[in-house]
Ligand binder design. Structure first.
Ligand code: SF4
Length: 217
Protein backbone atom coordinates (compact mmCIF):
# COMPACT_ATOMS: atom_id res chain seq x y z
CA UNK A 1 0.00 0.00 0.00
CA UNK A 2 1.45 3.37 -0.95
CA UNK A 3 1.10 6.93 0.25
CA UNK A 4 -0.98 7.66 -2.83
CA UNK A 5 -3.62 5.25 -1.66
CA UNK A 6 -3.60 6.54 1.90
CA UNK A 7 -7.19 7.74 1.82
CA UNK A 8 -8.41 4.71 -0.09
CA UNK A 9 -11.30 2.84 1.49
CA UNK A 10 -9.15 -0.26 1.45
CA UNK A 11 -6.57 1.34 3.71
CA UNK A 12 -9.21 2.71 6.08
CA UNK A 13 -10.83 -0.72 6.23
CA UNK A 14 -7.43 -2.24 7.07
CA UNK A 15 -6.92 0.30 9.88
CA UNK A 16 -10.38 -0.42 11.28
CA UNK A 17 -9.77 -4.18 11.08
CA UNK A 18 -6.25 -3.93 12.54
CA UNK A 19 -7.45 -1.97 15.54
CA UNK A 20 -10.37 -4.36 16.03
CA UNK A 21 -8.01 -7.31 16.10
CA UNK A 22 -5.54 -5.60 18.44
CA UNK A 23 -8.08 -4.16 20.89
CA UNK A 24 -11.15 -6.41 20.75
CA UNK A 25 -12.16 -5.70 24.34
CA UNK A 26 -11.68 -1.92 24.30
CA UNK A 27 -14.48 -0.20 26.19
CA UNK A 28 -15.30 2.95 28.13
CA UNK A 29 -13.09 3.06 31.23
CA UNK A 30 -15.39 5.39 33.20
CA UNK A 31 -17.18 3.41 35.89
CA UNK A 32 -20.93 3.98 36.05
CA UNK A 33 -24.07 2.07 36.80
CA UNK A 34 -26.56 4.09 34.76
CA UNK A 35 -26.64 6.70 32.03
CA UNK A 36 -26.86 9.65 34.41
CA UNK A 37 -23.69 8.48 36.13
CA UNK A 38 -22.03 8.03 32.74
CA UNK A 39 -22.93 11.60 31.86
CA UNK A 40 -21.50 12.94 35.13
CA UNK A 41 -18.32 10.86 34.81
CA UNK A 42 -17.83 12.07 31.25
CA UNK A 43 -18.22 15.71 32.27
CA UNK A 44 -15.69 15.12 35.07
CA UNK A 45 -13.23 13.46 32.67
CA UNK A 46 -12.51 16.70 30.79
CA UNK A 47 -8.83 17.53 31.35
CA UNK A 48 -8.63 14.67 33.85
CA UNK A 49 -7.71 10.98 33.72
CA UNK A 50 -10.41 8.31 33.83
CA UNK A 51 -8.57 6.75 36.78
CA UNK A 52 -8.90 9.95 38.81
CA UNK A 53 -12.59 10.25 37.89
CA UNK A 54 -13.13 6.64 39.01
CA UNK A 55 -11.69 7.53 42.41
CA UNK A 56 -14.09 10.43 42.84
CA UNK A 57 -17.38 9.07 41.50
CA UNK A 58 -18.14 6.22 43.95
CA UNK A 59 -18.42 8.62 46.90
CA UNK A 60 -20.19 11.22 44.79
CA UNK A 61 -22.82 8.75 43.53
CA UNK A 62 -23.37 7.35 47.04
CA UNK A 63 -24.39 10.83 48.20
CA UNK A 64 -26.13 12.01 45.04
CA UNK A 65 -27.08 8.97 42.96
CA UNK A 66 -29.30 10.59 40.36
CA UNK A 67 -30.38 13.83 38.70
CA UNK A 68 -33.15 14.44 41.28
CA UNK A 69 -30.70 14.54 44.21
CA UNK A 70 -28.15 16.52 42.20
CA UNK A 71 -30.69 19.09 40.98
CA UNK A 72 -31.37 20.11 44.59
CA UNK A 73 -27.73 21.14 45.11
CA UNK A 74 -26.08 24.44 44.37
CA UNK A 75 -22.90 24.20 42.32
CA UNK A 76 -20.99 25.42 45.41
CA UNK A 77 -22.24 22.41 47.38
CA UNK A 78 -20.98 20.04 44.73
CA UNK A 79 -17.56 21.65 44.25
CA UNK A 80 -15.74 20.02 47.21
CA UNK A 81 -16.80 16.54 46.03
CA UNK A 82 -15.21 16.95 42.60
CA UNK A 83 -12.36 19.36 43.32
CA UNK A 84 -9.59 16.84 42.57
CA UNK A 85 -10.76 16.39 38.95
CA UNK A 86 -9.76 19.97 38.11
CA UNK A 87 -11.84 22.80 36.63
CA UNK A 88 -14.26 21.92 39.41
CA UNK A 89 -16.22 25.19 39.42
CA UNK A 90 -17.22 24.86 35.77
CA UNK A 91 -17.83 21.13 36.15
CA UNK A 92 -20.06 21.68 39.19
CA UNK A 93 -22.09 24.28 37.28
CA UNK A 94 -22.44 21.91 34.33
CA UNK A 95 -23.49 18.90 36.42
CA UNK A 96 -26.04 20.78 38.54
CA UNK A 97 -27.34 22.62 35.45
CA UNK A 98 -27.67 19.36 33.52
CA UNK A 99 -29.44 17.69 36.45
CA UNK A 100 -31.96 20.54 36.72
CA UNK A 101 -32.68 20.52 33.00
CA UNK A 102 -33.04 16.72 32.94
CA UNK A 103 -35.46 16.84 35.88
CA UNK A 104 -37.45 19.81 34.55
CA UNK A 105 -37.48 19.11 30.81
CA UNK A 106 -36.88 15.38 30.41
CA UNK A 107 -38.79 13.82 33.32
CA UNK A 108 -35.58 12.87 35.06
CA UNK A 109 -34.24 10.74 32.20
CA UNK A 110 -31.06 11.57 30.28
CA UNK A 111 -32.21 12.30 26.70
CA UNK A 112 -31.13 9.97 23.91
CA UNK A 113 -30.75 12.31 20.96
CA UNK A 114 -27.77 14.43 19.98
CA UNK A 115 -30.00 17.47 19.60
CA UNK A 116 -31.40 17.21 23.15
CA UNK A 117 -28.09 16.29 24.76
CA UNK A 118 -26.45 19.38 23.28
CA UNK A 119 -28.96 21.55 25.16
CA UNK A 120 -27.57 20.36 28.51
CA UNK A 121 -25.09 22.70 30.18
CA UNK A 122 -21.50 21.60 29.68
CA UNK A 123 -22.36 18.99 27.06
CA UNK A 124 -20.66 19.26 23.67
CA UNK A 125 -20.48 16.62 20.95
CA UNK A 126 -17.77 14.55 22.63
CA UNK A 127 -19.78 14.06 25.82
CA UNK A 128 -23.00 13.56 23.86
CA UNK A 129 -21.33 10.89 21.73
CA UNK A 130 -20.14 9.03 24.85
CA UNK A 131 -23.65 9.09 26.32
CA UNK A 132 -25.27 7.99 23.06
CA UNK A 133 -22.67 5.34 22.20
CA UNK A 134 -21.82 3.85 25.59
CA UNK A 135 -25.09 4.56 27.34
CA UNK A 136 -27.67 3.96 24.64
CA UNK A 137 -25.70 2.02 21.99
CA UNK A 138 -26.62 4.69 19.44
CA UNK A 139 -23.99 5.60 16.84
CA UNK A 140 -24.77 9.30 16.61
CA UNK A 141 -21.20 10.32 15.88
CA UNK A 142 -17.61 9.49 16.79
CA UNK A 143 -16.01 10.47 20.10
CA UNK A 144 -13.02 12.70 19.37
CA UNK A 145 -10.82 13.05 22.43
CA UNK A 146 -7.13 13.86 22.52
CA UNK A 147 -6.14 10.31 21.48
CA UNK A 148 -8.59 10.16 18.57
CA UNK A 149 -7.48 13.63 17.50
CA UNK A 150 -3.75 12.76 17.53
CA UNK A 151 -4.05 9.32 15.94
CA UNK A 152 -6.48 10.42 13.23
CA UNK A 153 -3.93 13.03 12.23
CA UNK A 154 -1.00 10.59 12.35
CA UNK A 155 -2.91 8.13 10.19
CA UNK A 156 -3.85 10.99 7.82
CA UNK A 157 -7.54 10.33 8.23
CA UNK A 158 -8.04 14.07 8.66
CA UNK A 159 -6.12 17.25 7.87
CA UNK A 160 -8.07 19.14 10.55
CA UNK A 161 -7.37 20.28 14.11
CA UNK A 162 -10.87 21.09 15.36
CA UNK A 163 -12.60 18.07 16.96
CA UNK A 164 -15.89 18.78 15.16
CA UNK A 165 -14.14 18.76 11.78
CA UNK A 166 -12.14 15.64 12.66
CA UNK A 167 -15.37 13.91 13.67
CA UNK A 168 -17.00 14.89 10.38
CA UNK A 169 -14.01 13.51 8.42
CA UNK A 170 -14.03 10.25 10.38
CA UNK A 171 -17.79 9.84 9.96
CA UNK A 172 -17.29 10.06 6.19
CA UNK A 173 -14.56 7.38 6.25
CA UNK A 174 -15.63 4.86 8.89
CA UNK A 175 -18.75 2.68 8.46
CA UNK A 176 -21.43 3.81 10.92
CA UNK A 177 -21.71 0.38 12.54
CA UNK A 178 -18.05 0.79 13.59
CA UNK A 179 -18.26 4.31 15.03
CA UNK A 180 -18.72 3.34 18.69
CA UNK A 181 -16.09 0.58 18.76
CA UNK A 182 -13.65 2.59 16.62
CA UNK A 183 -13.45 5.36 19.26
CA UNK A 184 -12.82 2.87 22.07
CA UNK A 185 -10.13 1.10 20.05
CA UNK A 186 -8.34 4.26 19.00
CA UNK A 187 -8.35 5.48 22.62
CA UNK A 188 -6.91 2.13 23.74
CA UNK A 189 -4.28 2.38 20.99
CA UNK A 190 -3.41 5.89 22.14
CA UNK A 191 -2.97 4.80 25.73
CA UNK A 192 -1.04 1.61 25.07
CA UNK A 193 0.94 2.19 21.89
CA UNK A 194 0.49 5.41 19.90
CA UNK A 195 1.35 7.69 22.80
CA UNK A 196 1.75 11.43 22.32
CA UNK A 197 5.47 11.26 22.98
CA UNK A 198 7.63 8.41 21.67
CA UNK A 199 4.94 6.21 20.14
CA UNK A 200 5.81 2.52 20.31
CA UNK A 201 5.80 2.03 16.56
CA UNK A 202 7.81 -1.22 16.61
CA UNK A 203 4.93 -2.84 18.48
CA UNK A 204 2.17 -1.07 16.51
CA UNK A 205 -0.42 -3.41 14.98
CA UNK A 206 -1.08 -0.99 12.10
CA UNK A 207 2.49 0.21 11.52
CA UNK A 208 2.47 -0.75 7.83
CA UNK A 209 -0.55 1.51 7.30
CA UNK A 210 0.96 4.58 8.95
CA UNK A 211 3.01 7.22 7.18
CA UNK A 212 3.28 9.70 10.04
CA UNK A 213 6.41 11.80 10.43
CA UNK A 214 6.07 11.03 14.16
CA UNK A 215 6.86 7.37 13.56
CA UNK A 216 9.78 6.07 15.58
CA UNK A 217 10.73 3.35 13.08
S1 SF4 B 1 3.15 3.45 13.51
FE1 SF4 B 1 3.59 4.69 15.34
S2 SF4 B 1 2.73 6.72 14.90
FE2 SF4 B 1 1.82 5.27 13.43
S3 SF4 B 1 -0.12 4.59 14.39
FE3 SF4 B 1 1.47 3.11 14.95
S4 SF4 B 1 2.27 3.83 16.95
FE4 SF4 B 1 1.17 5.54 16.00
Amino acid sequence: MTRNSKLARQRVAAIVAGLAEAYPQAHCALEHSDIWQLLVATILSAQCTDARVNLVTPGLFRQYPGPAETARLTPEQLEPEIRSTGFYRNKAKSIVGAARRIVNEYTGKVPNTMEALLTLPGVARKTANVVLGVGYGIAGGIVVDTHVQRISQRLELTPNEAPEKIERDLMALIPQDQWIAFSHRVIAHGRQCCTARSPKCRACPIESLCFSPDKTV
